[in-house]
Design a protein around this ligand. Structure first.
Ligand code: KG4
Ligand code: ZN
Length: 348
């Protein structure tokens, strides 16, 4: 019986996982709090984590019908993320594990996203028996990367964003269009009612022979366009067309580069995870492209796309079985932890 905590950014989450099954997954989102400031304010995020962590963990235990005495393993996100936010959850996990005399695991946040597409169903259940070597698109507000997953827990980052993550681009461009934070989901909804071929925005690095992304130029191009057409985004029809044009540029770039990497590496499967995997056009276009290419596709369950502790717990259980990820009670969070990076040696 495993309790997992996630506090790397602006969701406080706790989940109970048992033998590959998610018994509970409670998420307290801080989106409303940060919306007033147009982005995540780290000090406020930390304060909210500290306020919410115990109620959220108690709720996860209660929903799973489990007491702390029945926990065998505790896990938490160790990095990457906001330093003080990470520390809130990671320290709580270490303290609980220490008090109970149980092992504690420190989990890489992107690695948890990376393997989240292998958990599905109701109740959510890990399905690693179906694992296929894959190219994985991890795409959210803080990260955009392509990863080659050769085998379970054996992966290598192929390329990442050189500047803004795709979710960050969605959010920043939404702001330019006058939409409230976080704009990604709203831009997606408005784009459904717009025409994608009215405005053609740049597809950054689309034809470069690499697995890297860059979205800040797209943001600049939208800003320049809006400067030249003041007031256009206030017209409801024009706004929807702009949203559709922006979404098409981001989605085409993500889909084309993911498929190209999969073909080059000759993997039978593509997976996608992270908050932007909620995007309807991305889900549709990836599905169509994989059908055309004869590739299997696993999209993260919508409940596991945005940040959550269930994905942390599922990965922690796999790691525990493989004897990986154990941390001492004085181990530190790693805010800048690279996915390819080795686990730093414990402090002496
Ligand atoms: O994975 P996540 O919760 O947090 C990070 O680890 O960053 O992802 C949040 C990001 C935000 O940028 C949000 O705008 C974006 O995912 N997002 C979307 C959609 N739903 C969430 N972007 C585009 N379309 C959506 N439907
Ligand atoms: Zn995330």
């Amino acid at each position: 019986m495993l309790l997992a905590l996630e506090t790397s950014c602006d969701e406080t989450s706790a989940a109970v996982v048992h033998d590959g099954v998610v018994r509970s997954n409670v998420v307290a989102s801080q989106i409303k709090l940060h919306a007033e400031y147009g982005g995540v304010v780290p000090e406020l995020a930390t304060r909210e984590h500290l306020l919410n962590l115990l109620p959220v963990a108690r709720a996860a235990l209660a929903q799973a019908g489990v007491t702390t005495a029945e926990l065998d393993v505790i896990a938490a996100t160790r990095g990457p993320g906001l330093p003080a936010a990470l520390r809130a959850g990671f320290t709580a996990a270490q303290a609980l594990a220490f008090a109970l005399g149980r092992p504690c695991l420190g989990i890489h946040h992107h690695e948890a996203h990376l393997y989240s597409p292998w958990t599905a169903g109701d109740p959510l259940r890990a399905d690693f028996g179906a694992f296929q070597p894959n190219v994985s698109l991890v795409v959210s507000g803080g990260h955009t990367m392509l990863v080659h997953v050769r085998a379970e827990l054996e992966h290598e980052v192929l390329g990442a964003t050189l500047d803004d993550a795709a979710g960050e681009a969605f959010d920043k461009i939404s702001k330019l269009l006058g939409l409230p934070y976080p704009g990604g989901p709203l831009l997606d909804r408005l784009a459904e009612e717009g025409r994608a071929d009215v405005h053609s925005f740049p597809r950054p690095l689309l034809h470069e022979p690499n697995d890297e992304f860059s979205f800040s130029g797209l943001k600049t191009s939208v800003r320049v366009f809006l400067d030249r057409h003041p007031g256009l985004a206030e017209d409801p029809v024009a706004l929807r067309d702009l949203c559709a044009g922006v979404r098409a540029a981001i989605v085409e770039t993500l889909v084309t580069k993911t498929l190209r990497a999969a073909r080059r590496l000759q993997v039978p499967c593509i997976t996608a995870s992270g908050g932007v995997t909620c995007n309807r056009a991305l889900r549709r276009e990836l599905t169509a492209a994989c059908q055309r290419a004869g590739l299997q596709l696993r999209l993260a369950d919508p409940a596991l796309c945005t940040d959550n502790a269930a994905m942390v717990g599922i990965l922690a259980e796999r790691k525990h079985r493989h004897g990986q990820g154990l941390v001492e009670v004085d181990a530190e969070p790693i805010p800048g932890w690279e996915l390819n990076g080795a686990i730093p040696a414990p402090r002496l």
